[in-house]
Design a protein around this ligand. Structure first.
Ligand SMILES: Cc1cc2nc3c(=O)[nH]c(=O)nc-3n(C[C@H](O)[C@H](O)[C@H](O)COP(=O)(O)OP(=O)(O)OC[C@H]3O[C@@H](n4cnc5c(N)ncnc54)[C@H](O)[C@@H]3O)c2cc1C
Length: 487
């Protein structure tokens, strides 16, 4: 069911102009609502990708200049729902990139096939992605107000249900902005919890790990606009370290190294010389750090754990009139590049639930949105969180294995993790397994659906079962530490 006449020209205030907030704003504007986006940061408002990259200051998003990939599911979503955003992104230089391009030529894979265009996405640096989305939002009639920090929620004085109903927000400039619905897209450090407590509402239930990962990334650019050859798969996990290749626009790309936040020896990766020596150790990806010239130092990022906020506690929403989406609801390990895509998918869910329920039944809207969110997006977030715990435990063992030359195998009876280990190996040895892995990694398909394809699980165990409970491939920790201290 689409939005009814009664719901038309409602005012929706979206807090946060990151990819999630902008996507939600555009989708809701297309439904006929009046949409205002408020963000504390100042704007890019430029038609020039290089200006967005060089000059746009975004203290509200710590990872703004870190490498980002939009997964194919995000590209499919934008193409289907917001084609004008694709046009704006392309106008700024975003280019088509196929996630599996590095694998098609491998002998067991046997070339590209019809249907593989579903693995296409748009590659661009994050400031360029945000600028393209901003330009599209402005064209869609969304009001985007920058330099407007939100400091508190407005609420019904006497809510009939006893549940606080949010009716707008207060800004740092002392302005009160009234809304029929407030959308919290304030990102991973969203202040919505604090603002709820300030008005006497319960805080959402926060679920987070105490440990996480650190990223050390570096951007490069070629003089002739060329790009390094794509690796067979853009993400590799080795002893103590994971590497991911991230294509950009305008002859730029990045290589990101992810380590455990507990691994003190690897903090030396913030030194560009150390970083270059370590990147050179991994033959499938080393050329991503040697083709072209670096255009940044090493970009270090901490505080990257999977976390989740529950907005319905014991069957009751913490508030109504407020829906949280994207990172403000939950975050995933950035190694898998899912955040933007999940945020955009969440924006579509919000649009659809609002169209189904309307604005007036406040409780039902909050409960239904929570139900759909938890059923649709939470499984991927939980899988990411579960992977984190295993990976961190595996790296703990890597660290403890010193001074042994060979890594110690991490063993667990968790069937999901073990299947994942087999899959990491099998994906480049079978065309159907590759596409099943590609569909899940691109967020096009759920793992359940991909694994239910005929013969896929058998092929995974046949081709990759040996990897389960074995030390990881590639340089050992001893070799890694030697590269770190080498002169
Ligand atoms: C190192 C790193 C690498 C990553 N790589 C990838 C990747 O490759 N692919 C991917 O999809 N995801 C990646 N992610 C995750 C991705 O960055 C997030 O999922 C994404 O930014 C979430 O978008 P969002 O719009 O929900 O929130 P954000 O992008 O965080 O936007 C929140 C907005 O709210 C604004 N704001 C905050 N507080 C206030 C306030 N009080 N008042 C007004 N405005 C406010 C901020 O200024 C900001 O604009 C990565 C994350 C990290 C840390």
């Amino acid at each position: 069911m689409r939005t009814t006449e009664n719901d038309r020209q409602k005012h929706v205030v979206v807090l946060g102009s990151g990819p999630t907030g902008l996507t939600a704003a555009m989708l809701l504007a297309r439904e006929g609502h009046r949409v205002t986006v408020l963000d504390k940061d100042s704007g890019g408002a430029t038609a020039d990708a290089e200006q967005a990259w060089d000059q746009w200051k975004r203290p509200g998003v710590n990872q703004f200049r870190h490498p980002h990939i939009m997964l194919p599911a995000a590209f499919a979503l934008l193409t289907r729902e917001l084609p004008e955003a694709v046009t704006q992104l392309r106008a700024l230089g975003a280019r088509t990139h196929n996630m599996l391009d590095g694998a098609y030529d491998l002998a067991p894979i046997g070339g590209r096939k019809p249907g593989d265009e579903r693995f296409d996405t748009l590659a661009a640096r994050r400031p360029v992605i945000e600028q393209g989305l901003t330009n599209a939002a402005l064209l869609a009639g969304v009001t985007v107000r920058r330099d407007t920090p939100v400091t508190g929620f407005l609420t019904d004085a006497t809510p009939a249900t006893g549940i606080a109903h949010i009716t707008g927000v207060a800004t740092a400039h002392g302005e009160l902005v009234h809304a029929d619905l407030v959308v919290d897209a304030l990102g991973r450090n969203s202040s919505a919890s604090k603002m709820l407590v300030d008005i006497g509402a319960p805080a959402p239930v926060l679920d987070r790990h105490e440990t996480g990962f650190l990223a050390y990334s570096r951007y490069f650019r070629s003089a002739d606009g060329s790009y390094p050859d794509q690796a067979a798969w853009p993400l590799e996990h080795h002893n103590s370290i994971s590497l991911t290749t991230v294509p950009g626009d305008a002859g730029t790309w990045a290589l990101a190294l992810f380590v455990s936040a507990k691994d003190r020896a690897l903090r030396a990766l913030s030194d560009p010389e150390v970083w270059q020596r370590v990147a050179a150790l991994y033959p499938d990806m080393a050329h991503w750090a040697s083709h072209g010239e670096p255009i940044t130092g090493v970009l270090a990022m901490s505080g990257m754990e999977s976390r989740h906020r529950g907005f319905v506690v014991d069957g009751t929403p913490v508030a109504t009139g407020l829906l949280s989406i994207g990172d403000a609801w939950a975050t995933t390990n950035p190694t898998f590049g899912m955040g933007i895509t999940m945020g955009m998918a969440h924006a579509v869910l919000l649009r659809d639930v609002l169209a189904e329920i309307g604005f007036d039944d406040r409780d039902k809207l909050a409960l239904r949105f929570d139900e759909v969110t938890e059923a649709t997006l939470h499984p991927a977030q939980q899988a990411s969180a579960a992977w984190d715990l295993h990976r961190l435990a595996q790296i703990d063992l890597d660290i403890a294995s010193i001074p042994y030359e060979v890594g110690v195998a991490y063993e667990t009876d968790d069937a999901d993790w073990n299947l994942r280990q087999a899959l990491e190996v099998a994906k480049l040895r079978d065309p159907d397994v590759l596409r099943a892995f590609g569909d899940v990694g691109s967020l096009l398909t759920s793992p359940e659906e991909a694994l239910a394809r005929p013969g896929v699980i058998d092929r995974i165990m046949e081709l990759g079962g040996d990897a389960v409970g074995r030390p990881q491939s590639g340089p050992t920790r001893v070799e890694l530490l030697a590269a770190i201290v080498a002169n």
